[in-house]
Design a protein around this ligand. Structure first.
Ligand SMILES: Nc1nc2c(ncn2[C@@H]2O[C@H](COP(=O)(O)OP(=O)(O)OP(=O)(O)O)[C@@H](O)[C@H]2O)c(=O)[nH]1
Ligand SMILES: [Mg+2]
Length: 370
């Protein structure tokens, strides 16, 4: 694999050379892969960039991208772009320059990828991982609580360390699917959005325990508004989900109206049997719901061109699935409770709700999977 370790730096002159020499040792040790280091420096006033340029004379595996300072997320966006397009990376690492992320973990993280993971997370919150013991209780608490809030609001319990900055991500099918200019934060909170997008893409995320070491040299660049920015990102992502769900419900209601109107018209003006009229009504609703969802609810992942009819077909199958679920729920309820108000009223509604959840899930995971 071509692996690029992206390291953003801002005023890291006291750390960068130590990191480079540690990385070099690891690159030699793990030489069954092709390793590159990409330093993303934002014209650090302390001359970090110059130190890197000097080192490039000795070590050909080093690359440097220099630009204006607009935040950690913006620096990484530049770095990802460079790693993918200029260095043809298969796997990209995110790693801090201040030696908080021990290069010895590169090996186990690559191993996790080799074993089938799409994202390997250096995790402080699984067995074997740890926060720096010398962090004050307030900082530990912020980190732990921040993580829990992100996981709870986004409802992703399968990932323990959502905010870890030490990661490896497969490019093909994952990092190359992300539009970095659309990440909601140019600061540290880009990490939350990126990991959430990868999770939405269906990435297999594996956590590898790491002991996070406090930086010994230099100073922290974490912006003071980091907590607020992270909350903004987390709630914006949640809101987008909710908004999409509401739109899908609205389109579903429209579909119900169309089905009913077509059914009634067919019964009145044609000699079609009622069970056939119901199916024709459903198909008419489907033919309207698909383009409306495509143009409105799933605008960001709208399909077009040659895949349009394939997706329409999938949408049809999903709708049949939903009908089957509703049928089964009422059928079972009839078996258990007889044909009273429980089956025909309560379980009719439950069937519709389950059908809705099925539809929404399949729309996201199959029909409009980004
Ligand atoms: N290029 C670039 N790098 C940045 C920027 N902000 C932070 N970094 C780098 O990103 C990495 C993480 O920043 P840190 O300051 O260590 O953040 P932190 O680990 O949360 O804080 P500490 O625990 O105090 O170190 C370091 O390598 C920084 O030099 C930025 O705006 N541009
Ligand atoms: Mg740090």
């Amino acid at each position: 694999m071509k692996i690029v370790v992206v390291v953003p730096t801002y005023n890291e002159k006291n750390n960068i050379l130590t990191l480079i020499s540690c990385l070099r040792e690891e690159f030699v040790r793990l030489s069954n892969h092709e390793w590159q280091l990409l330093v993303v420096d934002d014209h650090s006033p302390d001359g970090t960039g110059q130190l890197v340029r000097n080192a490039m004379g000795t070590y050909p595996f080093i690359h440097l991208s220099e630009g204006e300072k607009t935040g950690l997320g913006a620096a990484y966006a530049r770095g990802f772009d460079y790693a993918i397009n200029n260095l043809s990376a298969d796997l990209v690492f995110e790693m801090d320059a201040d030696l908080s992320h021990d290069p010895h973990y590169l090996g186990p993280m690559v191993e996790a990828i080799e074993q089938g993971a799409d994202v390997a997370l250096g995790s402080r919150y699984i067995f074997g991982g740890a926060l720096p013991p010398n962090w004050g209780i307030d900082r530990q608490l912020f980190s732990v609580l921040g993580n829990i809030v992100a996981r709870a609001v986004l409802w992703v319990w399968s990932v323990r360390d959502f905010t870890s900055g030490f990661r490896a991500t497969r490019v093909k099918g994952f990092l190359d699917q992300i539009d970095f200019s659309k990440l909601l934060s140019k600061q540290y909170a880009y990490k939350i959005h990126l990991l959430y997008s990868l999770h939405e893409l269906g990435a297999v995320i594996k956590e590898v325990p790491i002991v996070f070491v406090d930086r010994e040299r230099g100073y922290s660049k974490m912006p003071t508004n980091n907590i607020l920015d992270s909350l903004r990102v987390v709630f914006t992502l949640r809101y987008r989900q909710l908004e999409q769900f509401i739109k899908v419900c609205a389109v579903g209601t429209l579909g119900f109206v169309i089905q009913t109107v077509v059914y009634a018209l067919l019964l009145k003006f044609s000699s079609i049997a009622s069970f056939n009229a119901a199916v024709l009504g459903a198909e008419a609703a489907i033919l309207v719901m698909f383009p409306v969802n495509n143009w409105w609810s799933f605008r960001n992942s709208a399909v077009g061109g040659s895949s349009y009819f394939k997706k329409l077909f999938q949408f049809n199958l999903v709708a049949f699935g939903s009908m089957a679920i509703q049928w089964l729920v009422i059928y079972l309820a009839n078996g258990f409770f007889g044909s009273g108000w429980i089956s025909n009223g309560l379980f009719y509604i439950i069937g519709i709700l389950l059908g809705l959840i099925w539809n929404f899930t399949m729309y996201k995971k199959v029909v409009w999977r980004v």
